[in-house]
Design a protein around this ligand. Structure first.
Ligand SMILES: *[C@@H]1O[C@H](CO)[C@@H](O)[C@H](O)[C@H]1NC(C)=O
Ligand SMILES: *[C@@H]1O[C@H](CO)[C@@H](O)[C@H](O)[C@H]1NC(C)=O
Ligand SMILES: *[C@@H]1O[C@H](CO)[C@@H](O)[C@H](O)[C@H]1NC(C)=O
Ligand SMILES: *[C@@H]1O[C@H](CO)[C@@H](O)[C@H](O)[C@H]1NC(C)=O
Ligand SMILES: *[C@@H]1O[C@H](CO)[C@@H](O)[C@H](O)[C@H]1NC(C)=O
Ligand SMILES: *[C@@H]1O[C@H](CO)[C@@H](O)[C@H](O)[C@H]1NC(C)=O
Length: 218
C-alpha cells in the first residue's frame, strides 16, 4: 500500500517548482511527466493484479486436495483348480499390486490395517488381505504386492448352486475386491486433510485358459 503513494509525492512538488521558475515554459514537460507517472501507476497496478492472480492460481493448484486413486493392477491368477462335480468348487490364488496414486502436492499417509475383501457374487471367498500403514509420496504412486487366496468353501450352498455352478459351466467367472483406505494428505508440513479412498474392482477370469481376462476398477 505504501509503494503507490510514494512515487506520487515528489511529482507534485516538481510540478509546483516548475511553474514557479518557468511559468512561460510550455506545459509539455510536466504533462509528459504526469503522463509517465500515471503510466507507471498503471503498470504497478497491473503487476499487483497479475501477481495476485498467479498467487491465487498457485494456491488453488497446490492446496487442492484430491482423493488418491486406489485400485488393483497387474492381476494374475495362479493355482486355479475347479470342478463341477460332485459339488461345484473352485480354488485359486490371485496375485496383484495394490496401487495408491497420489496426485496431490503433498504426501498421503494411510493408516495401518486396511483390509481388502475378495468377493464372489457379493460374498467373501477368502481371507481378507491386510495392508500395513504406508505413504504415497507427492505426485507419486505407491505399489504393494498382495496375494489373495480364493476358496469357494467360503460360500454358502445357495450361492454355490445358484451362481458358481452356472459360472463354472459358462467358463467365465467374476470376482471383485473391495477396500477402504483411510489416510491424510499432508500439505507443506502445515495442513492435513483427511481423505478416504475406496477400491472397487471387478476381475473377470477366463477358466479354460486360466487367465485374467479383464480388470475394471471404479
Ligand atoms: C479346493 O480346496 C479344498 C480344500 O481347501 C479341497 O477340499 C477342494 O477339493 C479343492 N477344490 C478343487 C477343485 O481343487
Ligand atoms: C501395523 O499392524 C501390524 C499388525 O497388525 C503391526 O505388526 C505393525 O507394527 C503395525 N504398524 C504400524 C506402523 O503401526
Ligand atoms: C446369482 O444367481 C441368481 C439366480 O440365477 C441371480 O438372480 C443373481 O443375479 C446371481 N447373482 C450374481 C451376483 O450374479
Ligand atoms: C508391483 O509393485 C512392486 C512394488 O511393490 C513393483 O516393484 C513392481 O514393479 C510392480 N509390478 C508391476 C508389474 O508393475
Ligand atoms: C512382494 O514382492 C517382493 C519382491 O518382489 C517379495 O519379497 C514380497 O514377499 C512380496 N510380498 C507379497 C505380499 O507378496
Ligand atoms: C462397486 O461398483 C459397482 C459398479 O461399478 C457398484 O454397482 C457397486 O455397488 C460398487 N460396490 C461398492 C461396495 O461400492
Amino acid at each position: 500500500m505504501e509503494d503507490p503513494t510514494n512515487p506520487l509525492a515528489p511529482v507534485k512538488t516538481y510540478h509546483r517548482s516548475d511553474q514557479e521558475f518557468a511559468p512561460s515554459e510550455s506545459r509539455s514537460s510536466p504533462w509528459s511527466r504526469e503522463h509517465r507517472t500515471s503510466k507507471c501507476c498503471v503498470y504497478i497496478l497491473l503487476w499487483a493484479v497479475i501477481s495476485a492472480a498467479i498467487a491465487l492460481v498457485f494456491a488453488l493448484v497446490v492446496f487442492r486436495v484430491e482423493t488418491p486413486d486406489f485400485r488393483l493392477s497387474d492381476v494374475t491368477i495362479k493355482n486355479l483348480h475347479y470342478a463341477t462335480s460332485p459339488v461345484p468348487s473352485l480354488n485359486a490364488t490371485l496375485i496383484a499390486n495394490v496401487t495408491v496414486k497420489n496426485t496431490n502436492f503433498g504426501r498421503y499417509k494411510f493408516e495401518n490395517g486396511t483390509s481388502v475383501s475378495v468377493l464372489y457374487a457379493g460374498h467373501p471367498v477368502g481371507d481378507r488381505i491386510v495392508i500395513n500403514a504406508g505413504r504415497a509420496r507427492a505426485r507419486d504412486t505407491k505399489e504393494v504386492n498382495v496375494t489373495m487366496e480364493v476358496r469357494s468353501s467360503w460360500l454358502g450352498s445357495d450361492v454355490v448352486s445358484r451362481n458358481l455352478s452356472s459360472d463354472l459351466n459358462s467358463g467365465t467367472l467374476q470376482l471383485s475386491t473391495y477396500a477402504k483406505l483411510r489416510g491424510r494428505v499432508h500439505l507443506m508440513e502445515m495442513f492435513k486433510r483427511r481423505r478416504t479412498a475406496e477400491m472397487n474392482c471387478t476381475i473377470t477370469v477366463d477358466l479354460p485358459s486360466e487367465k485374467v481376462q479383464n480388470v475394471r476398477c471404479s
